[in-house]
Design a protein around this ligand. Structure first.
Ligand SMILES: Cc1cc2nc3c(=O)[nH]c(=O)nc-3n(C[C@H](O)[C@H](O)[C@H](O)COP(=O)(O)OP(=O)(O)OC[C@H]3O[C@@H](n4cnc5c(N)ncnc54)[C@H](O)[C@@H]3O)c2cc1C
Length: 335
């Protein structure tokens, strides 16, 4: 068992999205992490690994951090399964953080799992709430759906450090706070290039508008397995173009090869806060519902009158999603 007293400070992995901007969920997490750091009387530290890392520092400084530790290298332009875990593991070994929080993105989920293994510590994924045992410094990870959402459980990793978890987008609110004397530390990129045996040969191209962001969209059209085919799913994009909406969906269309992964809404995808969410052929599994619950209005179309999605919908349409989709496109004189 590690000497728990040696570990202190709350770290947040401020993941850089698409070599473009700081991941929104990471900024949300900084707000909660600030509260935890204050309760423990410890520092809040943001960790950046990126190409041209210094260009993200001014954004991160707005969210209450005491310290930023960054590594800058062209090899860090995209997430790499070997380089990122090794560099961050070295940082953990050097600084010994007590808590390390990650956004629930694909890259951070992979990274946090590798780090938890290397540190021989626990990892809890897709957290929806955090409480703190101030005396012991233990995180109490609550509201964690288990067994397909049948149970909501509390998890504590009491005797290991750092305590690592990934947090679902939209769980916390961004809180701007400017601190004085923020310490900026550049650490060396010291990964041995000869160790690399995974080569990135390309990144998938996006189908949606490049600027589209589900988390900011006012109108989201969601598709699920009930649409039945890729051809039917494609019609969502046509409707979205006509109505200035953004397409998203459940995990099933991704597994079916109908939709790219970054459009997943839910516990392991994006959370939306749209004025309107139109759900076509979606069952309403808890893992999806946590990502849509903050939408102002939900209209669901499902053939099954007992579908769970109806329990969280403002308007329930019992019917064939494809017929209704065709009808809407016809209304706009497209098909
Ligand atoms: C750890 C973990 C994380 C997960 N993360 C996520 C996540 O982030 N997001 C997510 O979405 N899922 C996630 N899932 C998967 C989730 O549990 C469900 O399996 C998924 O959301 C179901 O997708 P669906 O509703 O599209 O498909 P299904 O469950 O197959 O439901 C299809 C629905 O369509 C209806 N239907 C069928 N035909 C028609 C028709 N013609 N017209 C209208 N309705 C029709 C059916 O009645 C049914 O309700 C996760 C699961 C796990 C275990």
């Amino acid at each position: 068992m590690p000497n728990l007293n040696e570990y202190k400070d709350v770290w947040v992995f401020t993941e850089i999205k698409d070599h473009e901007k700081v991941n929104n969920c990471a900024l949300e997490i900084l707000g909660k992490a600030r509260e935890i750091a204050d309760d423990l009387n410890q520092n809040l530290v943001a960790i950046i690994l990126a190409y041209e890392a210094d260009k993200y520092i001014s954004t991160i400084k707005q969210y209450g951090v005491d310290k930023i530790i960054y590594i800058n290298n062209i090899e860090l332009k995209h997430y790499h399964e070997q380089i990122f875990p090794e560099l961050i593991f070295n940082l953990i070994s050097k600084y010994k953080p007590s808590i390390f929080l990650f956004p629930s993105t694909e890259a951070s989920s992979a990274l946090s799992a590798r780090l938890a293994y290397r540190c021989r510590t626990g990892l809890v994924n897709n957290i929806l709430n955090i409480e703190l045992d101030k005396n012991k410094g233990d995180l109490i990870l609550t509201d964690k759906p288990a067994y397909g959402g049948i149970y909501s459980v509390k998890i504590v990793c009491p005797n290991t450090r750092p305590q690592i978890c990934t947090i679902t987008a939209g769980t916390f609110q961004k809180q701007e706070l400017k601190k004085d004397n923020i310490k900026i530390i550049e650490e060396k990129y010291d990964f041995d290039i000869n160790k690399i045996n995974i080569k990135i040969i390309g990144a998938p191209t996006r189908k949606d508008k490049p600027s589209a962001s589900l988390s900011d969209a006012k109108f989201v059209i969601g598709g699920g397995n009930g649409l039945g085919s890729k051809e039917n799913f494609e019609k969502l994009y046509k409707l979205a173009d006509l109505t200035d909406a953004q397409v998203g969906g459940t995990r099933r269309p991704i597994f079916n090869g109908w939709m790219p992964e970054h459009l997943q809404i839910g516990i392991s995808g994006e959370s939306i806060k749209s004025n309107l969410y139109l759900a076509f052929g979606i069952s309403g599994a808890i893992q999806h519902v946590v990502g849509i619950k903050d939408s102002e209005r939900i209209i669901a179309i499902n053939t099954d009158p007992n579908a769970s999605i109806f329990k969280v919908s403002d308007y329930c349409v019992i019917g064939d999603a494809n017929e209704i989709l065709d009808g809407l496109l016809k209304h706009y004189k497209v098909e």
